[in-house]
Design a protein around this ligand. Structure first.
Ligand code: UT7
Length: 332
């Protein structure tokens, strides 16, 4: 049998978005009350002033990353007018997978009731979604796939230390997804990825499993100030680099969708790019920091509330553990 020649696509385009939040929503006050019972002191005022977060969603104990990813994926497929059987690549960006292996992407494939297409996880912490989107874009343009489901899904509540008020108030659970397809017209315009392993220690979950036992600390550790400082600097650099690659200007941007970690980091990036703050998509107030899920969650919310429209120029920016960062510029 003669092998089929790969069909190279000139461009890729997002044809549908979707998201899912677990039903249990905790306001800052509800979380503060729960923490106070264990002698951990925080307040709604501190959390809002320092981060912009007002609430977050936590998954129930029996819900794993693949359970959140599934409804997000189905919404994205529906929005794209596609069936699961049309998908030939599934990527899940997550740092809180269901199991050590197989990948959460394989579990999502099974839950979607399809089989045979490529499926794997991408682990780049809070930059995971821009990494996964970049991989899918490259695979489609080089003929390895034509219709990709790219998902960010996290249950960070599983790795939080609820005795550490400097981290446990920041994160939430959720999932977001896009369908990325081969296209004759431009969608994704340029991508930019970076990592600097010298900073592994400022944001990490240092534990592991050896011989069936947890070795080291399996909960999230963060030097918030160091992460903050690095984040504001690399987000500006990545934004300028991806615009330059695409031959576009800051003024061409209709929307900036940065990783939703802290409103102060997001606003600082927008100001450095001289973008009016009403071009910033903000969901951190309602979702908290959902790591790899935060960007596709914010994109889907912005699409569904009528902010991001077809033809708009959008910049997605991720930053997080590794240290990793990156940007994707696209015409939606
Ligand atoms: O997803 C990856 C990306 N992650 C990020 O981008 C996170 C980046 N970092 C940040 O967003 C901020 O650094 C934080 C929100 C984590 C912290 O804000 P900060 O303005 O850097 O506060 P801080 O760490 O300097 O703490 C200020 C004070 C301290 O008290 P003292 O030493 O001044 O008496 C903390 O102990 O606030 C105290 N504090 C709290 N108080 C009430 C820290 N956490 C809390 C809390 N409630 N939850």
């Amino acid at each position: 049998m003669t092998p089929t020649a790969p069909s190279f696509a000139p461009y890729t385009r997002i044809t549908g978005t979707g998201s899912y939040l677990p039903p249990r929503r905790l306001t800052n006050q509800q979380l503060a009350d729960e923490l106070a019972r264990d002698g951990v002191e925080t307040s709604d005022q501190w959390i809002v002033e320092r981060t912009g977060i007002r609430a977050r969603h936590f998954a129930d104990a029996d819900m794993a990353a693949s359970d959140l990813a599934l409804p997000a994926a189905r919404h994205a497929l529906e929005a794209a007018g596609r069936q699961a059987a049309d998908v030939d690549l599934i990527l899940v960006a997550t740092s809180t997978p269901d199991m050590i292996f197989p990948s959460t992407a394989c579990l999502v494939q099974q839950k979607l009731g399809v089989h045979g297409c490529a499926a794997f996880d991408v682990q780049a912490v809070c930059s995971g979604f821009v990494y996964a989107l970049t991989v899918a874009d490259a695979m489609i343009r080089t003929g390895s796939a034509r219709c990709a489901l790219v998902i960010g899904s996290e249950v960070f509540s599983r790795i939080l230390d609820f005795k550490d008020r400097t981290t446990c108030v920041l994160f939430g659970d959720g999932a977001g997804a896009v369908v990325l397809e081969a296209s004759d017209t431009p969608g994704l315009l340029a991508t930019e990825l970076h990592a600097d392993g010298r900073h592994v220690g400022i944001l990490c979950v240092p534990g592991t499993v050896v011989g069936g036992k947890v070795i080291g600390d399996p909960l999230l550790k963060m030097d918030g100030k160091a992460v903050f400082k690095l984040a504001v600097s690399v987000l500006e650099d990545a934004a300028r680099a991806v615009l330059a690659k695409a031959g576009r200007q800051e003024s061409d941007l209709d929307w900036l969708i940065p990783h939703q970690a802290n409103i102060r980091i997001m606003q600082s990036t927008a100001k450095k790019l001289k973008l009016p703050l009403d071009k910033l998509v903000v969901t951190v107030d309602e979702h908290g920091n959902t790591s790899a899920a935060s960007i596709p969650l914010a994109l889907d919310h912005a699409v569904r509330r009528g902010q991001v429209k077809r033809g708009d120029t959008v910049m997605l920016e991720g930053v997080g553990g590794g240290f990793t960062w990156g940007a994707v510029l696209l015409d939606f």
